[in-house]
Design a protein around this ligand. Structure first.
Ligand SMILES: CC(C)=CCC/C(C)=C/CC/C(C)=C/CC/C(C)=C/COC[C@@H](COP(=O)(O)O)OC/C=C(\C)CC/C=C(\C)CC/C=C(\C)CCC=C(C)C
Ligand SMILES: Nc1ccn([C@@H]2O[C@H](COP(=O)(O)OP(=O)(O)OP(=O)(O)O)[C@@H](O)[C@H]2O)c(=O)n1
Ligand SMILES: [Mg+2]
Length: 176
């Protein structure tokens, strides 16, 4: 059981770090009094609400993808595997995580939820589902049904834990 958990967390680590990094990157940008650039350029969707909202910035997205890529690259050094494959897998998991997060924000805005409002399950899981679907479509990571179940349960629990930590560390204004 523990072996499976560690294997899955190791596999998903680029997506985890990609998803967690915008929180830290945002804090750094704020501390440096720099400006974040919203991915929707401040525009509204046809329903008159913001497309994604100010919570989705280009800096966070690019930072997340770079963090995922770097994580995959470092993993392949540690595992003495092909560096290019590790970086590519990290890049794909990073892009998938950021796209999943973006899709979540799009859905939440359509539902009239403000940035930071909770949407349980979607908040915790959409990023990893999109990352894994993208990685499997590109034949980089193919999980069995059992591994999918592990991935969903572990991510759900880790997301709650890390968001609580981020809140306690004053990195997020909400613990979710
Ligand atoms: C890896 C294993 C087996 C266990 C990890 C146990 C654990 C609790 C690690 C703590 C990770 C950590 C450093 C937390 C600090 C708080 C923090 C900054 C969390 C990130 O933000 C929370 C959340 C944002 O999600 P949301 O935008 O969707 O609301 O991120 C959720 C993250 C996950 C679900 C995956 C778990 C995350 C990790 C294991 C590591 C997170 C890594 C970082 C935050 C470092 C980012 C690196 C750079 C370069 C800034
Ligand atoms: N592409 C991204 C993703 C996240 N973030 C930063 O990371 C924080 C936490 O991300 P998340 O929890 O996904 O956003 P929420 O604040 O919950 O907003 P939303 O309801 O849109 O998910 C965001 O507030 C934002 O400061 C960012 O700048 N750019
Ligand atoms: Mg959130």
């Amino acid at each position: 059981m523990l072996k499976e958990v560690i294997t899955i967390v190791w596999l998903l680590l680029p997506a985890y770090f990609a998803n967690g990094s915008p929180v830290i990157i945002s804090k750094i940008i704020l501390k440096l009094r720099l400006k974040k650039h919203p991915m929707d350029f401040g525009k509204n969707f046809i329903d008159g609400k913001r497309v994604f909202g100010d919570s989705k910035s280009w800096e966070g997205f690019v930072g997340g993808v770079l963090t995922g890529t770097l994580t995959g690259f470092i993993q392949s050094i540690y595992m003495h595997e092909m560096l290019a494959k590790g970086a590519l897998t990290g890049f794909v998991l990073g892009v998938g995580a950021m796209l999943g997060d973006l899709l979540g924000a799009f859905i939440k805005r359509r539902l009239g939820l403000k940035p930071g409002d909770p949407l349980p399950v979607l908040d915790q899981l959409l990023f990893i589902v999109v990352a894994l679907v993208l990685a499997s479509k590109l034949n980089l990571i193919i999980l069995s049904i059992e591994e999918w179940v592990y991935a969903i349960v572990i991510t759900f629990l880790l997301h709650i834990l890390t968001n609580l930590i981020a809140y306690l560390l004053n990195l997020k204004s909400v613990p979710w």
